[in-house]
Write a protein that binds this ligand. Structure first.
Ligand code: UD1
Length: 338
């Protein structure tokens, strides 16, 4: 298949380009590089020994999308492009509704006029809010607590409405748990701008000596060791989940929702210990107050994706940490030159 990948230079996008190419598909990327670097795609090209058609621009640019759909016969779209920092979304909600909601609407409208019917959407387990119990099933109640989460929920609803109205449309909503790790080559990985918001890139930067210590947000949760529990999933497993979803559901219609997680809950302290062991570096930490909006536990029931898509995560915590460390220690400045 020929797949348009929006945000294909980003962390999950670049790994998914590799998974698609490895599975025999071709990719076209559109990215504005607002939170990514063109170097990631050059490295994807080197890893896969191929060239990738790249359009630099914004998904809310309907004329650019039309040009792409005219110049390439696209079978489906994987839509990663968007903004993803919870704190920033509270400060700049309109930016989040524009980048995440308005842009997605433009994409869906342009797909319809171009006769492209299959859309895979990058959603998040954040749409479950504070789950009443774990593991989380796809039919659990949804409800977001910040503009970022609401923007994801709104796009999910737009996709579901479009599937009702347009009998040819095929909307595949993937709710990611916590993607971590990197490609085994160590050539591509997560490269956040500024101070990382998320746990794994923060730990990686402490291990490599860029930051003095980790602040653990809360040691008094009702969990196995008092720290927050999450479902960390290797980004290569997540990437393969997109390929499986496209292959299994291409040609179908309607809307479909899948959790992409491992089903295993790992605490912050367990992650710190695993990283210290693999990197052979100390990870100094201090337990501080809870971060507002955080939940105690969040992990998936991944059974529906397994049964329906024939996909399940195969990489373990050691694979996640070892690949993260390989990337971080060989690229201490990410894609920027030292
Ligand atoms: C966060 C977002 C979520 C988003 C996801 C994307 C928040 C509140 N939630 O999820 O909406 O979809 O990232 O990947 O931002 N932790 C620390 N110290 C740190 C960083 C994190 O102790 O410096 C802890 C957190 O309290 C949490 C765990 O590590 O228990 C994971 O945090 P994080 O990586 O930010 O992911 P989520 O909060 O699950």
């Amino acid at each position: 298949m020929h797949i348009l990948v929006t945000g294909g230079a980003g962390y999950i996008g670049s790994h998914t380009c590799i998974a698609l190419i490895d599975a025999g598909h071709t990719v076209v990327v559109v990215d504005d590089f607002s939170n990514s670097h063109p170097e990631s795609l050059r490295r994807v090209e080197a890893i896969c020994n191929t060239t990738i058609a790249l359009y630099r621009g914004d998904v809310s640019d309907a004329a650019l999308l039309q040009q792409i759909f005219t110049e390439h016969k696209i079978d489906g779209v994987i839509h990663f492009a968007g903004s993803k920092a919870v704190g920033e979304s509270v400060e700049k909600p309109m930016l989040y509704y524009r980048n995440n909601v308005t842009a997605s609407q433009t994409l869906i409208e342009t797909m319809q006029s171009a006769g492209v019917h299959t859309l895979v959407f990058s959603s998040s387990a954040t749409v479950y809010g504070d789950p009443h119990t774990v593991p989380i099933l796809e039919d659990f109640p949804v409800g977001a607590t910040n503009p970022y989460g609401r923007s994801k929920l709104m796009v999910e609803q737009i996709i579901q409405d479009q599937a009702v109205a347009n009998g040819q449309f095929n909307g595949i909503i993937l709710r990611y748990f916590n993607p971590v790790g990197a490609h085994p080559s160590g050539k591509i990985g997560e490269d956040p701008n500024g101070i990382p918001n998320n746990l794994m890139p923060f730990i990686a930067q402490v291990a490599v000596g860029k930051r003095p210590q980790l602040a653990i947000f809360g040691g008094d949760y009702p969990t196995k060791d008092g720290t927050g529990v999450r479902d960390y999933i290797h980004v290569c497993d997540l990437a393969e989940g997109h390929v499986k979803a496209l292959e299994a559901l291409h040609g179908q219609t309607g809307s479909h929702i899948f959790n992409l997680g491992t089903g295993n809950g790992v605490s912050v302290l367990e992650m710190v210990q695993a990283y210290a062991k693999v990197s052979q570096r100390p990870i100094p930490y201090q337990v501080v107050a809870r971060r507002p909006g955080d939940v105690a536990q969040c992990y998936a029931d991944p059974g529906y994706a397994s049964v329906t898509l024939g996909w399940q995560a195969t990489r373990n915590l050691n694979d996640m940490v070892a690949s993260s460390w390989h990337w971080q220690s060989s690229n201490p400045h990410g894609y920027r030159e030292a």
